[in-house]
Design a protein around this ligand. Structure first.
Ligand code: V3L
Length: 85
């Protein structure tokens, strides 16, 4: 199921797309007017705060990344760490 919107998280010099399942969970949470969404990403729990649009690792708050919700056509580095090219 492909969504109309794509969620992105910040990399070193560009944006990465969230994987399809995480994107779907983010869309469901966002649409339900939740304040945040907790996801298991690369083996760790993260919270995506919809007020600040920041992803934070739950057991290490120094690990923070900006996130954005945008069209799926935005230039991206790849999907969840898998590079495009
Ligand atoms: N989805 C998948 N993996 C993630 C996500 C996510 N939403 N958030 C963090 N990680 P931290 P460049 C990223 C991974 O924030 O070259 C990219 O996907 C994160 O992976 O410090 O800097 C790339 O694989 C990192 O490996 O807790 O743009 C990689 O960084 C690990 O979790 C390099 O990207 C710790 O992230």
């Amino acid at each position: 199921t492909s969504e109309s919107y794509q969620w992105y998280y910040e990399g070193r010099n560009g944006w990465w797309k969230y994987d399809e399942r995480s994107n779907s969970e983010l869309e469901t949470a966002w649409s339900s007017s939740a304040t945040d969404c907790v996801l298991l990403l690369a083996g760790a729990l993260y919270r995506i705060d919809f007020q600040t649009m920041i992803q934070t690792r739950r057991n290490d708050h120094t690990r923070r990344r900006r996130v954005r919700r945008d069209t799926p056509t935005l230039p991206a580095k790849g999907i969840a760490g898998i590079k495009i090219i």
